[in-house]
Design a binder for this molecule. Structure first.
Ligand code: GLU
Length: 510
């Protein structure tokens, strides 16, 4: 059997990272099984359609290089792949269910439905569903006369509902959760088709999975409660033997484990929950995205793959090929996954460090701020020095700013503790020695400084730190000897001089 999975988002809003994780798992699974990934756009709910979100979904897939084998914008033999373009396919399936007695017409107004719920609530019933228990009291083709049914149908005010069997146990076999049982009395006779000629999600989803020969339905946990209905639909259509396997992925939770990962929490804690930045076309909603923040695709793919799955050993860094080779639905976790933004950052740092300096320099140059001039060759050399200090490519410019301009500020606390009388004269002498070196190479500078410290019985911290400060303004960074070599003798001399003046002033101001 050839594996066919699908990613079936609805263009009703901007896709959250949870949606992209679903796409990634469907992709990893398909690739591992040498199967096919289909992108199907489920846009039956036209009222909730949001302009631009279909394109957004495709761009998110592009960001992680998830290339579906078939689907909207990818083509294929099972198209069209957008449900609104398949509108003509569904009525016959609704009719088939009506004819076989697995569905019926319902004519209740929203107020009548509401009244039913209130009535059931008031009577203390924990279930307020339209089903075998209640449908007899409602307005539908099972309860009203044939003439009345005809007049409702003629007026176009109807829906088609699935007729759930009474008090039956439905077994859903889930690849992640094992067998999950549902009793039909707890479920709802869901609307399958509406008088505007459009199917609802449930009908279109099942019909399309069948027609597109989907073998594995991989989707978020929020769809698990709908699955018994889908199983019953397969049976009602007589497609039992071709029922796909189901795998429901754990929810992505807020970092404190309370509730689904939300934009509100992300905004509060300072991280996005969307793969790409967007501005909503009609509301004032907007968001930053992982791509725009500087998360490189391979790092973000690796991170996302581990949000609800792991390979079962302690390896955390897996490239695309390794993810594919290791992926299995059995190792998808059941429990919700707390989101950990610092882990996403850690992945980015690891991937940046592992990159070739040339490739990383190419990324860094794209975020170059105004006023920084650097040759590619120098940038590559600096990249090597700075890559261990960056979370995002653009961090380079802040981390390495002292290579491009004389420090305008110095770490005050360090200046005050190190620029002391007993040190000052030594430092001045050492600075003179350094700028008079014949060969201004890192190793010569190092020998000079270390020799001086030893000769005068000084401490490293009291000498090296202020030298670093004079050159960079900050306490931390790569080898100060290498920094000096890159800056060059003339620049170092200039910085020593102006820093010493500033240090004197800072000390005097205390
Ligand atoms: N259209 C559904 C969604 O937007 C897909 C559910 C499924 O994959 O069956 O999430």
């Amino acid at each position: 059997m050839k594996v066919r999975t699908r990613y079936a988002p609805s263009p009703t809003g901007f896709q959250h990272i949870g949606g992209l994780r679903t796409a990634l798992y469907a992709y990893l699974f398909a690739k591992k099984q040498e199967g096919t990934l289909v992108l199907r756009i489920e846009d039956t709910d036209q009222k909730r359609f949001v302009e631009g979100t279909e394109e957004y979904i495709i761009e998110c897939l592009n960001y992680l290089s998830i290339k579906p084998d078939e689907g909207v914008s990818y083509g294929g033999d099972f198209g069209p792949y957008r449900q609104s373009d398949r509108k003509d396919i569904y009525p016959e399936y609704a009719q088939q269910l009506l004819d076989s007695g697995n569905a019926y017409y319902a004519f209740d107004t929203p107020d009548e439905l509401d009244a039913m719920r209130k009535r059931l609530q008031a009577s203390g019933s924990s279930i307020q569903q339209y089903n075998a228990i209640t449908r007899g009291e409602m307005k539908n083709s099972l309860t009203v006369s044939a003439e009345e049914t005809k007049s409702f149908l003629d007026s176009g005010k109807y829906v088609v509902r699935f007729k759930l069997p009474e008090n039956e146990t439905v077994f859903v076999k889930d690849e992640v959760r094992g067998t999950v049982e549902f009793n039909t009395n707890q479920l709802d006779d869901k609307v399958l088709f509406k008088s505007d000629g459009m199917p609802t999600y449930h009908l279109a989803n099942v019909v399309d999975d069948h027609l597109m020969e989907i073998t594995h339905v991989i989707r978020g946990e929020e769809w698990l409660p709908s699955t018994p209905l889908h199983v019953l639909l397969y049976k009602a259509f007589g497609w039992d033997d071709e029922m796909p396997s189901f795998a429901h992925l754990p929810l992505m939770l807020n970092p404190d484990g309370k509730g689904k990962l939300s934009k509100r929490t992300g905004d509060k804690l300072g991280f996005p929950v969307f793969p790409l930045a967007f501005d909503h076309p009609t509301t004032d909603q907007s968001s930053n995205g992982y791509r725009e923040m500087g998360f490189i695709p391979d790092a973000f793919t690796n991170f996302l793959a581990f949000q609800g799955w792991n390979p079962g050993d302690d390896k955390e860094i897996l490239d695309r090929e390794q993810l594919i080779a290791n992926f299995s639905l059995e190792r998808v976790t059941k429990a919700g996954v707390r989101f950990d933004f610092s882990k996403a950052q850690w992945y980015n740092e690891e991937y940046l460090r592992a990159m070739d300096n040339e490739d990383l320099a190419d990324l860094i140059i794209r975020s170059k701020p105004e006023g920084y001039e650097v040759s590619r060759e120098n940038l590559i050399a600096l990249t090597e020095m700075m890559k261990a200090r960056m979370t995002f490519p653009q961090d380079f410019w802040e981390q390495a700013k002292y290579f491009f301009s004389t420090p305008s500020e110095y770490d005050g606390k360090t200046v005050r503790s190190k620029w002391k009388e007993e040190n000052k004269e030594h430092l001045k002498t050492l600075c003179d020695k350094i700028v008079n070196l014949d060969s201004f190479k890192a190793e010569n500078i190092e020998t000079c400084i270390k020799g001086f410290i030893e000769e005068h019985g000084l401490s490293f911290g009291n000498i090296l730190l202020p030298v670093r400060l004079m050159l960079t303004g900050v306490k931390g960074g790569p080898s100060v000897f290498e920094i000096a070599e890159i800056l060059g003798k003339e620049e170092v001399a200039k910085r020593f001089e102006s820093a010493q003046k500033t240090f004197d002033e800072m000390q005097a101001a205390v």
